[in-house]
Design a protein around this ligand. Structure first.
Ligand code: MRU
Length: 343
């Protein structure tokens, strides 16, 4: 399942807000609409956001390629700033925009039309590399999974969160493809239900047995011995191995530690922030409180009370058993292994 791809001059996005009841693909030609699609989570998941941003920069270039070189550079910079302002936590967004803007900034006098071609090739490369990284991560991570395992996952780190195949779900897919007979427990992931709507949807479509639980059931499932390993994705990993991921991941890591269950994080190098030393510096996106006070559009809490709605939390590296990357598996202490990654 490819949630983001380029076809017939348009960026195509599966509208993930409509899943699981409708699978609708929307077409985009204006980078501003793509920025809105990231904000409203039509597309979401760290690697998928990065791939989308890459194509959005190319769409901006198509719009501005008729301008002289100076005006082109100015408008491209503004477009990149708009895209950077969409969501703060997943580093893949900034990584992809930096990679794209490095190309046009590196040749300030180049013909904008020729630049558009280079940017399209770069956006395609980001997309194809993402799929290759997911496949490589899957293979590396599957080696950690014992045959017959039941794996708990949180949020959606699947094909829908990447260009295809997934990070955490890529590990699960690869283990299943290797004949390991895997079962999955998916946390529903309040407030936006990525686990229920997206993870359960794509695993079921792939005939991987999936059991949905509400977030507050995870500890009890572990206590009963029903979970053999936890595998999650990441939105940003810092140099010491701290992991920002969907809100609730931290609680799952604490529960896993208490029950001596391995807690694995699967993420490509594009999710590692080599400039940040620890998770305390990560900006956590705060979303609309109405997401907490409502369920599926129905009000579930009284008016006039306070709400908090952080979209992510940070799992300290001490709670992480291994980080699975496309370059191999890193075990604690994470800092040396992370610094050794090619990037
Ligand atoms: O708010 P979302 O749905 O974009 O959050 C997504 C997650 O937290 C995923 O677990 C993470 O991006 C890893 S995706 C491979």
């Amino acid at each position: 399942m490819r949630p983001v791809y380029f076809e017939d001059g348009e960026l195509k996005l599966i509208d993930q807000t409509l899943l699981p009841t409708q699978e609708i693909v929307r077409g985009y030609t204006d980078y501003r609409d793509v920025a809105d699609a990231i904000v409203t989570m039509i597309v979401r998941g760290a690697p998928a956001i990065g791939v989308t941003a890459g194509y959005a920069v190319y769409l901006a270039s198509k719009e501005f390629e008729g301008l002289d070189a100076e005006a082109y550079q100015k408008n491209m910079q503004a477009a990149c700033d708009t895209l950077r302002g969409t969501r703060p936590t997943a580093v893949n967004l900034f990584w992809a925009i930096d990679r794209m803007s490095g190309i046009f900034k590196g040749e300030p006098d180049a013909d904008p039309k020729a630049m558009s071609e280079k940017l399209k090739a770069e956006a395609d490369a980001i997309c194809e590399e993402d799929i290759a990284m997911c496949k490589a991560m899957g293979k590396a991570g599957a080696a950690l999974i014992k045959p017959g395992s039941t794996i708990l996952t949180h949020c959606n780190a699947g094909a829908l969160a990447t260009a295809d195949y997934g990070t955490a779900l890529g590990v699960i897919r690869a283990a299943q493809e290797a004949g390991k007979n895997i079962q999955v427990y998916a946390d529903e992931t309040r407030p936006l239900l990525q686990g229920a709507r997206l993870t359960a949807y794509e695993l079921h479509k792939d005939n991987i047995p999936v059991t949905l639980i509400t977030d507050n059931m995870a500890g009890w499932m572990m206590h009963q011995g029903k979970i053999d390993a936890v595998v999650v994705g990441a939105d940003r990993i810092t140099r010491n191995g701290d992991v920002a991921n969907k809100i609730g991941t931290f609680s799952v890591s604490v529960l896993a530690k208490a029950h001596h269950i391995p807690f694995y994080v699967a993420a490509p190098t594009s999710t590692i922030d080599f400039s940040m030393f620890s998770g305390k510096d990560i900006t956590i996106e705060q979303r609309d409180p109405s997401e907490v006070g409502h369920f599926a559009g129905v009000q579930t809490a009284p008016d006039g009370i306070n709400f908090e709605n952080p979209a992510f939390d940070v799992t300290p590296h001490d709670n992480v058993s291994a980080i699975i990357t496309e370059q191999g598996v890193i075990f604690p202490p994470f800092a040396p292994g992370i610094l050794n990654l090619k990037h």
